[in-house]
Design a protein around this ligand. Structure first.
Ligand SMILES: Nc1ncnc2c1ncn2[C@@H]1O[C@H](COP(=O)(O)OP(=O)(O)OP(=O)(O)O)[C@@H](O)[C@H]1O
Ligand SMILES: [Mg+2]
Length: 596
């Protein structure tokens, strides 16, 4: 029998083989149907008695199953306890009625076809609803559809084949990089399932990196994909984390779960961890000053709204204190702080002692200390940026403080090396140098008239080595850098900003001419003094030889006092500029014309 509906099939025209096939397809039900409707019976059965019997026997089991399923559907439709099954089957019926706009002989039977309502059929040419043969097909299809509707969706799972170092390998799944999976853990483990993310693949092997504890993982453990993204909206399946005004004053982990024990989050929305690239021509230029509350920066290294700065320093020279001061004293409306890869103890210390209650009140802190998975450390950096983007998109001026960018790069290095990327400069694989600008470019100004994200990223210069590859790369992608000097810190000069080595590239567009002249004069004096410091100290310099140096020597105590700022002291932009004017003199104007 040919299932081609274009052909009108007459019983008498069936060959023996076609009859066998028809019977094999419809089972004994078809046989009965044919008998009662005068189809296939009589001469057909006689023409091929052996074929018909064999087929009828072979399929009678299948037909019984089908009947059972149909009975189950009918039961389920009426059973209050089987609500889900009832829903599914009745949906199938409704769908069938909506989907079939042509009369079907099978409607006279007990079962209706469960056509997909989204794809309504149109009768093909030559379709004859009265043809019992087609009616039998329809009836059969209807029961198969109904059975399908009851079946649970299949969820494929893969198997773990290797766990070495940070990376796990699984086979049997075809998932995109970035997809999340769950891995079964043996009973009695602290977690029922371990979570992991696909970080790469090779042939049919997937490389997974766990984001939770994996102690107890067994060879061959099953790996299930989490819900994958529907094709229509690829972003809808991406990981989304909470954002909103309710998060102010809260301390969260890399997955947006509260760490502060203050109860559930009052998040308004959730947002994906990645953001579309902003067209550089649509970004508002940096032309307004952001008050950061630190005198030396406000006056000599003025930062604009939407500027991205690096804070370059070795360990223990006052990065955290400086960031804390900015968070407490800035004129930005919202502060988002990412503590990435630092010591766990430092997180508490930073929040309680440096940031304080007033600083925290208008901040959101995301913390991923050094002991969490490198994936989570990277995720925390992305989440911090997502939070800042949310507030910027609401028209707010945001200050993003990330401590540290180096630890973010190190996390990416751990992942990349673990999945076999070759190391390049100082063990950093090339992907690290691609990830840094991708993260940093998300901050900055939005479109004209909107909000801004001014960002400070700390960059660790191990052994105070300014040539570290991450420091080098960061210097190239940021709009300025503030260098903290160990020599100054050791001398008790805080904040230990090395003014000569630091620069704010947006500064000339932010401040007026008199202010600019004063900063030049200040830096000149400072630099002249530093270069001659030894001569001056041993008394080898005779005053009168160099007018600038003479002035620098005279002003040096005031210069030092200007640059130093106590732990709890804050200095707003106006005060800072005024103080600079008072120090350098009024010859070049009063410097109050900056665009704030
Ligand atoms: N403005 C300041 N006034 C007085 N002391 C300061 C100031 N800034 C920093 N310090 C001192 O420097 C110490 C180290 O500062 P901080 O913790 O900020 O350094 P860090 O660079 O963040 O260190 P780490 O590399 O360990 O994170 C502080 O404990 C404090 O004693
Ligand atoms: Mg610190």
């Amino acid at each position: 029998m040919s299932p081609n509906p274009h052909q009108t099939i007459h019983t008498g025209g069936l060959t023996a083989l076609e009859q066998e096939l028809a019977l094999a397809s419809f089972g004994s039900g078809a046989h009965d149907l044919a008998q009662t409707r005068g189809m296939l019976v009589g001469d057909d059965a006689q023409a091929s008695p052996h074929g018909a019997d064999a087929a009828a026997q072979a399929v009678s089991k299948a037909a019984a199953t089908l009947d059972a399923v149909e009975a189950a559907i009918a039961d389920a439709a009426h059973a209050a306890t089987a609500a889900h099954a009832a829903d599914t089957s009745s949906a199938a019926w409704n769908g069938a009625d909506a989907g079939h706009d042509y009369p079907s002989a099978s409607h006279s039977g007990a079962h209706a076809p469960a056509a997909d309502p989204r794809a309504p059929h149109t009768p093909p040419p030559g379709y004859d609803p009265a043809n019992p043969h087609l009616a039998a097909w329809n009836a059969h299809l209807a029961s198969v559809r109904a059975r399908n509707a009851l079946a649970l969706p299949l969820r494929g799972c893969g198997r773990l084949t290797r766990a070495a170092g940070l990376v796990l390998e699984a086979v049997g799944l075809r998932l995109a990089v970035g997809a999340e999976v769950m891995i079964e853990l043996p009973p009695g483990s602290s977690l029922p399932m371990a979570e992991a993310e696909v970080v790469g693949f090779a042939g049919d092997k997937l490389f997974l990196m766990p984001t939770t504890e994996v102690a107890g993982l067994l060879p061959g453990a099953r790996v299930w994909p989490l819900e994958s993204a529907p094709i229509a909206d690829p972003m809808s399946g991406a990981k989304r984390l909470p954002v909103g005004w309710g998060l102010l004053g809260r301390v969260l982990d890399a997955s947006g779960r509260p760490l502060d024990g203050l109860g559930a989050l009052n998040a308004e929305a959730d947002a994906p961890l990645t953001a579309p690239v902003i067209n550089p021509l649509n970004r508002e230029p940096i032309h307004k000053v952001l008050d950061v509350g630190v005198r030396a920066i406000n006056a000599l290294l003025t930062v604009g709204r939407g500027q991205r700065m690096g804070l370059f320093a070795g360990s223990g020279v006052g990065k955290s204190v400086l960031l804390g001061t900015m968070a407490r004293a800035t004129s930005a409306e919202v502060i988002v702080i990412g503590l990435i890869g630092e010591r766990g103890r430092e997180v508490k210390e930073f929040i309680e002692q440096i940031l304080g209650v007033e600083g925290l009140a208008r901040s959101v802190v995301v913390a991923a200390p050094a002991d969490v998975s490198p994936l989570l450390r990277m995720q925390a950096a992305a989440y911090t940026t997502t939070l800042a983007e949310y507030f910027r998109d609401q028209g707010k001026h945001v200050l993003l403080l990330m401590d540290s960018l180096t630890r973010y790069a190190m996390a990416q290095r751990e992942i990349a090396l673990a999945i076999g990327e070759p190391p390049a400069t100082k063990g950093y694989p090339p992907s690290v140098f691609a990830k840094l600008p991708a993260l940093v470019e998300r901050t900055g100004n939005g479109p004209e008239g909107g909000g801004s994200i001014t960002a400070f990223y700390t960059v660790l210069t191990e052994g105070d080595d300014q040539q570290d590859p991450i420091a080098d790369s960061a210097r190239a992608i940021l709009d300025g850098h503030i260098v903290l000097s160990r020599t100054l810190a050791e001398a008790g000069h805080y904040p230990a900003i090395d003014i000569e080595a630091s620069i704010s590239r947006a500064m000339t567009a932010l401040i007026d001419e008199p202010h600019l002249n004063r900063t030049r004069a200040f830096k000149q004096m400072l630099s002249r003094y530093q270069r001659n410091r030894d001569l001056i100290n041993v008394g080898a310099y005779v005053s009168g030889r160099d007018a600038v140096l003479d002035r620098a020597i005279a002003l040096y105590p005031r210069i030092e006092a200007f640059l130093q700022q106590g732990f709890r002291e804050t200095a707003n932009y106006e005060q800072s500029v005024e103080m600079l004017g008072a120090l350098i003199g009024n010859a070049q104007g009063n410097g109050q014309g900056a665009r704030t």
